[in-house]
Design a protein around this ligand. Structure first.
Ligand code: SF4
Length: 489
């Protein structure tokens, strides 16, 4: 395990806090180096599914919080999609009033333990921090995580109060981040909320998609438990659109919010994709994360990866797939990405973690054919080298195959992690529900209303695969629109 090194100034501040000699109303210099927190040693963590980032202790958190200037213009808060009151909660951490800091975050975001771990702060609040260029931004995400974890472990979290019952009933389809946000907001406003989940575990992508070494399962379970304490009803193993249609559900609820996510894998459309040993990232991650196949035969779900694993893709799902595969102990894990590291959509931190854990990266490389043996098992991947051409519709330079550059990578298994589309079940079984050409539900942007009266939608089923934070933001906005529709207020 790496040892965390605080700067000398940081240590001095910690000593002064402990001796009670630090004036808490006075902010010290922000020039103390940004603390990026401790991580499990790469050689150790590539063999386990325990959390990689270890999080701040109280002293580290207070020292990091002391770097914040408390800017009056609040650029960090304005850059946060859910407008967490960042300067105020960071100041409360600095004053070691962690319960109050947690309450301050809860005013705008009910899930700081999740967001503090998986939100890409480096592109939102931390990118806007005035200290970024000179000293490194305040580690806002790590402070958010610390606040939530400390408050949870020390019993400082009390569910927010809920308004008296309004008598209105809302159903949320799916229990991922967008539905959890809707449920929290509407319950606070006094509406009765029931969440329907198709799987046997709540949390949607937070449970089946994100590995425990990035987001421990107990964190998600705690958030669900908090909502239950607020009175939200959770029902699992119910597939809306199959066991019960939206039309049937509408008879029992005033409003339905569809947050069924984007769990439909996008194929590569490459010859050989049906060979044994080829997985979609959805299947692979669900087996490992949700079904805990890495504990087989203690658990029921097996896995097969062989000695050589190839992962295709450059996003966070590709990193998660490669890092899960590495923890299953094959001889090698190789990641193929058709552009360069600079164009990778994955968080920089996750790419670095994957590299530290020994994943081989083959940039500017794309698979063109998967070849199998006589038993139909994957044997090798025919690849081609790419060069970057003119920018395409995404604004990124288009990868162009280089003639005569074909080569082979030996592989026993391959995980396709190049994206996912909205789950199609509800769209297929709900007449009149308008969708776009990717199968995403079309909504009115300001209100999240679909083409059907009383039916709202948000998160990945609308956006396609996006971030947890944007899904939560959708949920918060939709909740307000639903409340207005129900109460006329
Ligand atoms: Fe603190 Fe940075 Fe936000 Fe300013 S921008 S209040 S220094 S976190």
């Amino acid at each position: 395990m790496e040892r965390c090194l605080l700067t000398t100034a940081g240590h001095l501040r910690g000593v002064l806090y402990n001796l009670g000699m630090e004036n808490k109303s006075k902010k010290p210099t922000p020039a103390i180096k940004q603390n990026l927190g401790c991580h499990q040693d790469p050689a150790e963590r590539r063999n386990n599914f325990d959390e990689v980032a270890l999080g701040f202790g109280l002293e580290e958190a207070v020292t990091e919080a002391a770097r914040c200037l408390g800017c009056k213009t609040k650029p960090c808060e304005l850059a946060c999609p859910v407008n967490v009151k960042i300067p105020e909660f960071v100041d409360l951490v600095y004053k070691e009033d962690i319960g109050a800091a947690a309450s301050k975050i809860f005013e705008t975001s009910l899930f700081p333990a999740i967001c503090g771990r998986v939100c890409p702060q480096e592109t939102y609040c931390e990118a806007a921090c005035v200290l970024k260029d000179k000293f490194g931004p305040v580690s806002i995400g790590r402070l958010e995580r610390f606040t939530a974890d400390y408050a949870r472990r020390n019993g400082l979290i009390t569910p927010p109060p809920c308004a008296p019952d309004t008598g209105f009933k809302v159903a949320c389809v799916g229990s991922g981040p967008t539905s959890l946000a809707v449920a929290a907001e509407l319950r606070k406003l006094g509406h009765a909320v029931t969440v329907f989940e198709a799987l046997h575990e709540f949390g949607g992508v937070l449970s089946y998609g994100i590995p425990t070494f990035r987001l421990p399962r107990e964190v998600v379970r705690f958030e669900v438990a908090t909502l239950k304490k607020m009175g939200v009803r959770f029902l699992k193993n119910v597939m809306i659109g199959k066991s019960i249609t939206i039309e049937e559900l509408k008879k029992d609820f005033d409003i339905i919010y569809i947050g069924s996510g984007a769990g439909l894998p996008s194929p590569m459309n490459t010859p050989g994709e049906d060979l044994v040993g080829v997985y979609s990232s959805n299947e692979f991650l669900t087996r490992i994360n949700l079904m805990e196949a890495y504990k087989f035969p203690v658990t029921d779900t097996p896995y097969y990866i062989g000695k050589k694993v190839v992962v295709v893709g450059g996003g966070n799902t590709a990193m998660d797939s490669a890092r899960c595969a590495q923890r299953l102990g094959p001889g090698s894990v190789t990641l193929l990405y058709r552009r360069t590291r600079a164009e990778m959509p994955a968080r920089g931190e996750e790419v670095e973690n994957a590299m530290e854990e020994g994943i081989n990266f083959e940039f500017l490389t794309a698979p063109v054919e998967l070849e199998g043996d006589e038993k139909g098992r994957l044997k090798r991947v025919k690849c081609v080298r790419m060069a970057l051409g003119e920018p395409d519709a995404s604004g990124r330079r288009k990868p162009v195959p280089q003639k005569g550059s074909e080569f082979y990578v030996e592989a026993d298994s391959l995980v396709v992690a190049i994206g996912a589309s909205p789950n199609p079940v509800i769209q297929q079984t709900t007449p009149g529900l308008n969708t776009n050409k990717w199968g995403g539900i079309i909504v009115e942007e300001a209100t999240a209303r679909t083409s059907l009266d009383g039916i709202y939608a948000g998160g990945d089923v609308v956006r396609g695969g996006a971030t947890v934070l944007l899904a939560m933001k959708d949920g918060k906005n939709a909740a307000l629109a639903i409340h207005r529709k129900l109460t006329g207020n």
